[in-house]
Write a protein that binds this ligand. Sequence first.
Ligand code: NAD
Length: 331
Amino acid sequence: MNNDKKLGVALAGLGYYATEQLAAALQQTAHCCLAAIVTGTPSKIPYWKEQYNIAEADIYSYENFDAIKDNPEVDVVYVVLPPSMHKEYTIRAAKAGKHVFCEKPMAMSVAECEAMIKACKDNKVNLAIGYRCQHDPNTQAYQRFAKEQTFGKIRMVTCGAGYFDARTNHWKQIKALGGGVMYDMGVYALQGARLATGEEPIAVTAQHFTTRPEIYKEVDETTLFQLQFPSGAVATCQTSFGIQMNYLQVNCEKGWFRLDPFSAYSGNKGSSSAGAIDFPLKSQQAKQLDDDAQALLQGQSLLVPGEEGLRDIRVVEAIYQSAKSGKVVKI
Ligand code: NAD
């Protein structure tokens, strides 16, 4: 690959996020193009052909997906499937010799994440996780506050990520497909705490709640979790499929900062004891795609590699363990 080339991206899974966000964002990128689609639903194909001029040869099903290895137009497979399928499609894409962008949550367990990282290494391809917020200058601003101790030592993080999901039978409510709010929205609150402290948690406690037990029979609707960090900083986080919330509040020795929203697609902004935090961004997803494409085209490391997805899943596993046992889980 050279610097003049645009990276050809194949979208695997044509649901809400691929259709409404990523496909549109790809049109706004400088360094990517939509090269192929992978779908199990033939009725979706005419829309994509018409809207994005996708040729028949660039359309794959889940059955013939592995043939993508012979398609020189495809450099990257972007896995936008339910989380239970992330491991399989990341590994199949890696074996086809394609770089992989995989949506969050990376996978269902530490073991799955490790297998994905290994498959990409073995096949000499790169793996990025779709943590769009890490490409947002507002997130990067608060990561800097932690690093430079702008407000002194970080002492307490309070973070909430949730929305009301009216659906009753979506994969988000089905355990076997990777449902559960801690996997889905919880990783945003966890990222808020990890990035705002710049540290990895060493112990967690957690509790599950639901107001709709008839829907949330097998997965969590609302999860509260508390994190302890090596420096002594603590975080108290909330995530829910029943409560609208999107904020990050960080209290430090000598000041504070707050973003509300902190993990929206656009309009993340906030304030601090030293003034406003507001770095407007046109398209977070386009920035993510371009940052990752440039890194690949220039042979540099990716901003959010598989190892970062794994760090979260290690904590998510501990959170589920603690909610089940009612005990502190050390990491
Ligand atoms: P969705 O339900 O809208 O789409 C899922 C797609 O997978 C559909 O096209 C569906 O047909 C397909 N699919 C294939 N096999 C399936 C099966 N066995 N069961 C169910 N669906 C199957 O979901 P989505 O909201 O587009 O989420 C897809 C991925 O993108 C998830 O990992 C999700 O966490 C992630 N996502 C990320 C963001 C973000 O901001 N980064 C936002 C939304 C979703």
